[in-house]
Each structure stands twice: as C-alpha cells, then as structure tokens.
Design a protein around this ligand. Sequence first.
Ligand code: XMP
Ligand code: MG
Length: 178
Amino acid sequence: MQEVIKKVLINEEQLDKRIKEVAKEISNDYKDKTPVMLCLLKGSVSYFTRLCENMDIKLVYDFMKASSYHGTESTGEVKVTVSPSMDLKDKHVIVVEDIIDTGLTLSNVMKILQSYEPASIEITTLLDKPARRLTDGINPKYVGFVIPDEFVLGFGLDWDEEYRNLPYVGVLKDEYYK
Ligand code: XMP
Ligand code: MG
C-alpha cells in the first residue's frame, strides 16, 4: 500500500461489483435512449471507463472540465476549461462524477448544462459524502458508494494530482489532510 494511505476504503473487488450493478441499472433505464455519458474531467475517468464498458446499450461519450475558483470558502463558482463537444440539445445526458462533497461545483455545472436544453439530465457519482452537502439542489440518481467525511484518493481521485492510478479507493493519512 502507498505510504500516504491510512486504509483501503473500497477495494478492487467491491468497485467492480458495485459499478457493474450501477451499469445494469442505468442500462435498464436508458434502453433505446442512446444517452450522452458526460465525463467530468479528470477525477471521473476511471469510473467513467469502467461504467461505460459495462453498459450494454447504445451510448456516446463526451467530456467536460470545470474548475472551481480557489478562495477561502468555496462558492462553487466554476470556470469551464473543456466544453462538451456535442450539441446537447434534446439529448439524454448522464453526468458522470467521481465524488460529490459540498455539491457546489456540480450545482454550477448543472446550471450550465441546463442552458443547453437537454431532453433530460441525471447524475451518477461513484462516491457521495452527503454529510458535507451545502446545497439541496443536487440529487444524484445513481450512487456507487456513500462514504464518511474523509479525504479519499485513488481510482481517479487525486492528492495533489498524484495517485489517480491506484486501482482502489483509499483514505489519506490524517497528517497529510490540509
Ligand atoms: P464540491 O465540494 O463542490 O467539490 O462537491 C467536489 C470536488 O471536490 C473534490 N473532492 C475530493 N477530491 N478526494 C479528492 O481527491 C476527496 O475526498 C474529495 N472531496 C472533494 C473533487 O475534485 C470533487 O469533484
Ligand atoms: Mg472532480
């Protein structure tokens, strides 16, 4: 195990099993809809790939990157640095997120996406920290795992941009948690 990690929170087997379940559920709900699977870069890449390859319906990929402005208290105000390449109007969009914490970032992203007038829009997140939520407007329809308020990394999630390639989700040691 990496030296910055206190413990493994979700191992490879648990990730695989649960992502397959979510993939099946979304596939059942979106038969004949060819959803746009919208990956929010960069943290969602691992979840997005595993999820999509386990869906057995027609779908298309798109990507978006929204960065939160840094401040003392996050307002969730975002700057879009990669925009979706497709016209999302009248499309069934599924936003694929790695983790929802306060929900402020995603709530701003959702406002931007709504302005494209999709036919429908739902959220799937691998990890959800509902204890930290600061907005009641974010209700992910498909949640992989509800986790406690700890800083996690791996399976796409970074600590200072590193450790995204770990095949499991681990908890960062307290001494590194700034
Ligand atoms: P909000 O608070 O707006 O922000 O929902 C969500 C974003 O914050 C990052 N985040 C984390 N990243 N481990 C991480 O690697 C965590 O435990 C964690 N909690 C929040 C992440 O970028 C997410 O998109
Ligand atoms: Mg993220």
